[in-house]
Design a protein around this ligand. Sequence first.
Ligand code: ADP
Length: 708
Amino acid sequence: MRWSGRDILFRNWLPLWLPVFSEAASIGVVFIGVLGLFGWAIGYAPLIQLSPHYVGLNPVTALVLVLSGTGLWIRTSQSTISNPLWRKIAVLLGFMVALVGVLNLAQHLFRLSFCIDQIFFVGKLGAWEFSRRAAMAPNEAVCFIFSGLVLVFFDLETKEGFRPSQALILAQGLIALLALLGYGYRALSSYKPGSAIAISIPSAVALGLWTLGSLAARPDAGIMQVITSLTTGGAMARRLLPMALLVPIVLAAVWFLGQKAGYFETEAGVSMFAVSSILIFTTLIWWNARLLFKADVKRMRTEKHLAVQYKSTRALAEANNLEQAFSKIIEAICTSIGWSVGTGWIVDEKGNVLRCVSVWCSKELEASEFVEMTRSSSFEKGQGLPGRVWTSGQPVWIEDVVPDSNFPRGKAALRAGLHGAFAFPVRLGSESLGIIECFSKTIERPDAALLEMLTAIGSQIGQFIERQRAEEQLRQTSSELARSNTDLQQFAYVASHDLFEPLRMVKSFLQLLREHSSGKLDKESEEFISYAMDGANRMRALISDLLAYSRVDRQGQSMEPTDCNLVLEGALANLKVAIDESGAKISHPPLPTVEGDLVQLIQLFQNLIGNAIKFHGEEPPRVDITVTRKEGEWIFCFRDNGIGIDPKHFERIFEIFQRLHTREEYPGTGIGLSICKRIVERHGGRIWVESTPGQGSAFYFSFPVMRG
Ligand code: ADP
């Protein structure tokens, strides 16, 4: 969101500085009270009454001002605001202030005489020339009751957000304002001040300050929340409220002075007051309404732009191909901004012309000629509106296309009643892949913000096109990969299958040759025959492993619940000779039932146990099988005490034909673990190894736990 300079100003300083002002105001109130008390102590009258004509500040009033100022400071200062002890002190001060007010008011109302305002400086009060005018006034007492209650219930708030304390603050503010205005207007008059105003000037000032300070103490609560907020309501309150206060005060002063100077009669004064109020307030309200109007227009435009952005992003997300994306986005843009026709252009494969791929036209518009013409047109660089955008790579706005010299469809546009137009590029980096145009029935003034936003959408569409192309390429590559994989499997299967027969022949003829020539050949020739037999045997093992490998996917059986205890039994039966010869010990817990292919699972178990026996160390081989259940998977572990594997080969050993030893060291084809990997993956699991050379290996594989 972009804030205007004005907003930032209010956002930054108003809620930050109001509590500071509040603290300063509370200190000001305490200061006035202390000054009054000091005046009484040293008997210096100007500190108490400013001028001999005015009422003096009662010493108890001065003390109460100190108390209420301190209370406000506690309620507003960062150092005390959230401390429970200080809060209690503020409440206590509030009670004391309110109590003084109540006692004094009772004194006035019921003619009682607690002499609450005469407890200090009794002697001086008695000797005071205007002693009766240094008493605490009833309206002052009311103010104290209010401010005392405010201090007690400072943060009380109803569910609806109403703060009783703020109502009391305002009421006390009105009383203070009344007294201050009275003093103000009296100062304008040359009459001798009478005794009607009973609040002393220092007290009135202090009460006014207290009102402002306590309102500022919570800038984000109650009525202050509206005033300090960044909303249009807040802006209006900030503009109008000071005026609503100041204008009547100033007008009344002018009226008062004018009348005193004899410029006009009372009636004329009243009517002038009324007319000036009307004039000033009408101007103020109109000015304010204009600002609100402008803000609203801006907001509505932003909303429209947001709608365009939202709809086009959605259209892009939903589109399956380029044509669909274009037509949906063009419709989204035109309907959101209320324009009648939209067209989409793509740079053709050879890259030398723009071709129309999509046209959207509002139902109310009869523009078949324009639409047909657009569909059948193609534009070169610089030609027409799309050509111009293509050349510059920048959006273009034409207020009216009809008189435009570089708009070949001008006449058709005129007959369709189309005038305003803009176009923006669909870009990938600096390359323009296409153009989108929109037409309106009216002549339209350029909207830079709209164009800026649409250019961003153009880049989004460009990325979409790029993604589509990449996806298409990926699809092609993976289908090629799948085809070549199938071919390879087919080849491996056919080759290994068909090689068996000639190999069998080679073996049996070698066998025959050996029997036939037994004792007739020299030792060397017999050795040659042995080598040939050996090679044929190895080749047989290799072909049979290769066949097993290519069969994992080709000839796998359907998956069924398979008891792994039976699987293990099958594998151990197949390995019986090797186990007996090596004296291998195999331990295992009861094994779970998994969804799988029995034959392949036996092969998996057999390969792993077979390897553990084959790659044994000095001690007789031991295989510990364990199984744990973790996050919806069975994790099987085949741990042996064999020669172990160097961690740098952990990945490699699962690849086909990868062996870490020569045939002389350990026999094998290097296919066993790659078969295991294929089997595990076909069952939806993973296989991995952990090992330390010389300390045995642990082969792990996971299987999904059966549902239900
Ligand atoms: P082969 O056993 O036919 O050599 P595999 O694919 O089964 O082929 O194993 C690949 C290589 O992984 C083996 O040559 C061997 O070096 C290593 N290997 C497999 N299992 C173990 C094991 N339990 N202990 C040590 N090394 C092993």
